[in-house]
Design a protein. Structure first.
Lengths: 173, 259
């Protein structure tokens, strides 16, 4: 917890079940992260770490998320396509995203997930699988990606570099 | 658009990449970490490292190899071979693998699938199935049999049923190798791959029999595969995953390009 309190940047990676985010509450990390975000510390949630930024997920309805984004995550609709969505899919980056700056239309990143966030005004990139969903979400210093930048080759490394370089507007040198 | 994956497979023995036909006459083909990074650079969408060292002492060597390979690899990385328990899997994940592939150990103890999946997620568990058509059966494809011990011994299970059970137990993907097609370079077993893909709701990776670019296009189309393992194809003509994918793109297959 003291690590989170002292951190200059926070990454919450996540693979697994939404219910596992209960550990964040139990260890006091939820509050520490909420405070850090309020102080303006850049935060990046990956996969379930992004889903946790929403109010919750139908994967574990009793477990609340952080609620930085008011919507909830839900499972891909049943259809003939495979779920989980596994593999390299393309991004449509929305204008103004700082996390995804320099990512060209159609660049590919690696996904592996069965639940996803809805497309809203905070969506930074949209990916199409069964339906359009939020591949990335961004509001100020709060950022999340549904895909795995650490497994997405050069495109992923570019996104991680953007996160490391992120500065509050008007701050710094 | 979700693309079809080309997965480069490296056979590793005692910490070195080896090449050989049916694991006989092995030729040293370099350092796994170097070769994995090269394949990723050359456009592979994923790397599978298959350990064929069967000894206990080999485990530490493997973990060291996985650690060195993962450090420089920024594409998904799956490790298979010799994983017999949840503890074995955990060590491989701790060393940096994203997925493990389990085969005969899952047949011997199907609970292993859920044991690994519940800690590391279904996406981390690939169940590998070695399959042979059953020529004596009324439907040789739908009644194809699971084999173990490098395809020498029948496991007493039907492929389609075992794939379904693996999914129910929490496997994230099926890696299907046709032992009939393996080594022939005459093409994947598309009928068998399609039969399994239709039976399960998780992605199926096809393996065995690739000889030409057209074989890949075929298994992605008719075979309904989501990914295909490329191993020996790099020995004859097609030099890289990138050139393979460029040819596939011309044939209308969605692939990750540029890469």
């Amino acid at each position: 917890m003291s690590l989170v309190e002292a951190a200059e940047r926070i990454v919450l990676p996540g693979v697994g079940h939404f219910a596992a985010t209960e550990r964040l509450d139990a260890t006091g990390l939820t509050g520490a992260i909420r405070d850090a975000i309020a102080r303006g510390v850049p935060f990046l949630g990956i996969c379930v770490g992004m889903q946790w930024l929403y109010a919750g997920s139908t994967e574990a309805p009793q477990q609340p998320g952080l609620g930085a984004f008011s919507e909830s995550c839900s499972r891909f609709a049943e259809c003939t396509e495979k779920v989980p969505h596994v593999g390299w899919n393309s991004l449509e980056v929305r204008e103004g995203s700082r996390l995804l700056a320099g990512v060209e239309p159609g660049e590919f990143v690696y996904f592996t997930h069965s639940y996803k966030g809805p497309v809203t005004a905070d969506t930074a990139a949209v990916t199409q699988y069964i339906e359009p969903f939020a591949a990335a979400v961004e509001r100020g210093n709060v950022m999340g990606v549904q895909f795995h930048p650490e497994k997405s080759g050069e495109t992923g490394l570019k996104i991680l570099r953007n996160f490391l370089a992120w500065q509050a507007k008007g701050a710094g040198c | 658009m979700l693309t079809k994956r080309i997965i480069a497979c490296l056979d590793v023995h005692a910490g070195r990449v080896v090449k050989g036909v049916q694991f006989v006459d092995l030729i040293d083909a370099g350092d796994p970490a170097t070769q994995a990074a090269r394949h990723a650079r050359e456009g592979a969408d994923e790397i599978v490292l298959l350990d064929i060292t069967a000894t206990h002492e080999g485990r530490q060597t493997l973990l060291d190899t996985v650690r060195r390979t993962a450090r420089e690899l920024f594409v998904p990385f799956c490790v298979g071979g010799g994983i017999k328990s949840a503890r074995d899997a955990e060590q491989v994940f701790e060393a940096g693998a994203d997925k493990v592939s389990i085969n005969s150990a899952a047949l011997a103890d199907p609970d292993l699938i859920s044991a690994i999946g519940s800690s590391f997620g279904a996406q981390a568990v690939v169940v590998a199935i070695d399959a042979r058509r059953d020529p004596a059966a009324a439907d040789p494809v739908r009644e194809a049999q699971v084999f173990v011990h490098g395809g020498r011994k029948p496991a007493g299970r039907r492929v389609v049923e075992w794939a379904r059970e693996a999914e129910e137990r929490g496997a994230g993907e099926i890696l299907l190798t046709s032992m009939d097609a393996d080594g022939t370079r005459a093409g994947f077993d598309c009928e068998l791959t399609a039969a399994v893909s239709e039976a399960v709701g998780i992605p199926v990776i096809a393996s065995g029999g690739a000889g030409t670019v057209a074989h890949f296009a075929d298994v992605f189309g008719r075979g309904q595969a989501h990914a295909a393992l490329a191993a020996s194809i790099f020995h004859f003509g097609v030099s890289t995953s990138r050139s393979l994918k460029e040819e596939l793109a011309k044939a209308g297959v969605p692939v990750r390009l540029p890469c």
